[in-house]
Design a protein around this ligand. Structure first.
Ligand SMILES: Cc1cc2nc3c(=O)[nH]c(=O)nc-3n(C[C@H](O)[C@H](O)[C@H](O)COP(=O)(O)O)c2cc1C
Length: 268
């Protein structure tokens, strides 16, 4: 059991844990004693009770590291909307990369940021695979290209474009990027693809903040879904996956592309 109970020496009975726990596993028994009980193993290990307790009085084991916010505990003081919004606006899919590999230190930062992404029910079934070997990327790219091109519907959509890219790039599916990262889960989950999308987005935005460029690679997902044997070439076994290229951008954008706004309703 990850949450072990309450350190009563520290607890000041603010009872914030009661309403914070999404499963309501902290209870006041007979109006007196605060207790943590989880006979049906309902805890989803979200750790909110640990994170919110002002007295650090929740006892736990085996749940990973904790970081104390040092001085800054309001997200808006870490990054303001005025900084975040232009950062979003400047975020582009990068399809031209420098040959230079990204250092393990920087890649590690991207993986660490991906760990922060929330997943439904706090399931954490995803794994990451990074491929940096050009030969392996080429074999993967060629196989994905062939599979997509030979499929009637996908071939109609992308066959010609991939053939065109193959004249320009050695590894066309990955635009000659130095690395491709695959986020995958061996378990199928109805909302699994949303979980993976969240993780990929965290990784891509973190990469952007490090001066790196990325591009979501739907072709990898499509190719592997059309022919799961392609997964072997990437040394993964997955029920659901997402992929993105990563490297140093070799293109500069001077303005945002014009985009029609998505519609919203119900706003006065
Ligand atoms: C789920 C998803 C899958 C994508 N797959 C591909 C892909 O396989 N190949 C590609 O060149 N771009 C891919 N893209 C990039 C989109 O074309 C790109 O995000 C879109 O044109 C908007 O451009 P921007 O990201 O620069 O704003 C994908 C994007 C998303 C969100």
């Amino acid at each position: 059991m990850p949450i072990l109970g309450i350190d009563y020496e520290k607890c000041n009975r603010c009872d914030i844990c009661i309403t914070t726990c999404p499963r309501r596993l902290f209870k006041v028994d007979g109006g007196e004693n605060l207790k943590y009980e989880d006979p049906n193993l309902m805890c989803i290990r979200c750790g909110h009770c640990i994170a919110i307790c002002p007295e650090d009085a929740v006892l736990f084991e085996d749940m990973g590291e904790i970081y104390e916010f040092k001085g800054i505990n309001k997200p808006e003081e870490i990054i303001s909307y005025d900084n975040l919004y232009p950062f979003f606006q400047a975020h582009r899919s990068i399809r031209k990369y420098k040959e230079e590999k990204v250092s393990s230190d920087l890649l590690q930062k991207v993986f660490t940021a991906m760990q922060c992404a929330p997943t439904g029910r706090n399931m954490r079934s995803e794994s990451f695979m990074i491929i940096s070997d050009k030969e392996q990327m080429k074999i993967l790219s060629d196989t994905i290209q062939e599979t997509i091109t030979n499929d009637k519907a996908w071939g109609w959509l992308y066959g010609e474009r991939l053939a065109y890219l193959a004249k320009e790039f050695e590894v066309p599916v990955y635009f000659d990027a130095p690395h491709v990262i695959i986020v995958y889960s061996q378990l199928y989950n109805v909302i699994g693809i949303q979980n993976i999308a969240n993780i990929v987005t965290y990784g891509r935005l973190a990469a952007h903040s490090l001066g790196l460029g990325t591009c979501w690679n739907g072709w990898t997902q499509v190719g592997m879904e059309l022919d799961p044997k392609i997964m072997k070439l990437a040394r993964i076994r997955a029920k659901q996956l997402g992929a993105f290229t990563i490297g140093y951008p070799d293109e500069t954008f001077y303005r945002t592309p014009p985009r029609p706004f998505k519609h919203f309703k119900g706003f006065n």
